[in-house]
Design a protein around this ligand. Structure first.
Ligand SMILES: O=C(CO)[C@H](O)[C@H](O)COP(=O)(O)O
Length: 207
């Protein structure tokens, strides 16, 4: 299982600082949606230039104009971009077309999708590299939030998947047992007193 750090900070400078601390322990460096909105495509270029050996994941959460948005992010240095599972199939297909042209990949984020299993199968057939079983920060903050819903959906869908939404040291073993291909950790790393130690511990917990 790969480890992905979600960098949910608001400046390129802070993103580069965090990426520099944790890169050696992670496989994928994600530029979170607020960072891309705040700093634009230049943030993607800066992180890829600083970490050319890492998979750079631009969490665009594209909902329309799939081919165009994916194309500009790939040109800026992204290796993977996200399109929302709620988007029209043509939007996902458009992003996949751009990915094929750049030899890169599209991840379909199933945030907000009720039937994640069915949509996961559909978007995989459209060419998604993998799906993200994702509960967003707002959904996690609701009472009764339970990560196991995502893990069960991933197990049932039988397509390559990542898990995002409260992955931390106490849950990462369950994420791995679910068969996830990628564990995404944001707050557990950037919110830690020492992000490098947090990333190292998460890496060590992956068998
Ligand atoms: O994409 C995101 C929010 O939309 C987050 O980066 C992702 O959910 C990681 O979250 P966490 O901080 O819970 O690990």
């Amino acid at each position: 299982m790969k480890l992905q750090v979600a960098i949910d900070v608001l400046s390129t400078e802070a993103a580069l600082e965090l990426a520099g601390k944790v890169a050696e322990y992670v496989d994928i460096i994600e530029l979170g949606t607020p960072l891309v909105k705040s700093e634009g495509l230049a943030a993607i270029t800066a992180v890829k230039e600083a970490h050319p050996d890492k998979i750079v994941f631009a969490d665009l959460k594209t909902m329309d104009a799939g081919e165009l948005e994916a194309d500009i992010a790939f040109k800026a240095g992204a290796d993977l971009v996200t399109v929302l599972g709620a988007a029209d199939d043509s939007t996902i297909a458009g992003a996949v077309k751009a990915a094929k042209e750049h030899n890169k990949g599209v991840v379909v984020d199933l945030i907000g999708i009720e039937d994640k299993v069915t949509r996961a199968k559909e978007v995989r057939a459209l060419g998604a590299k993998f799906v993200e079983m994702h509960a967003g920060l707002d959904e996690q903050a609701k009472p009764g939030y339970d990560l196991s819903v995502l893990l069960n959906a991933g197990e049932e869908a039988r397509v390559p998947f990542s898990v995002a939404g409260g992955v931390n040291l106490s849950t990462i073993a369950a994420v791995q047992r679910s068969g996830a291909d990628v564990a995404v950790a944001g707050g557990a790393i950037y919110g830690a007193d020492d992000p490098a130690v947090a990333a190292k511990e998460l890496r060590a917990a992956i068998i």
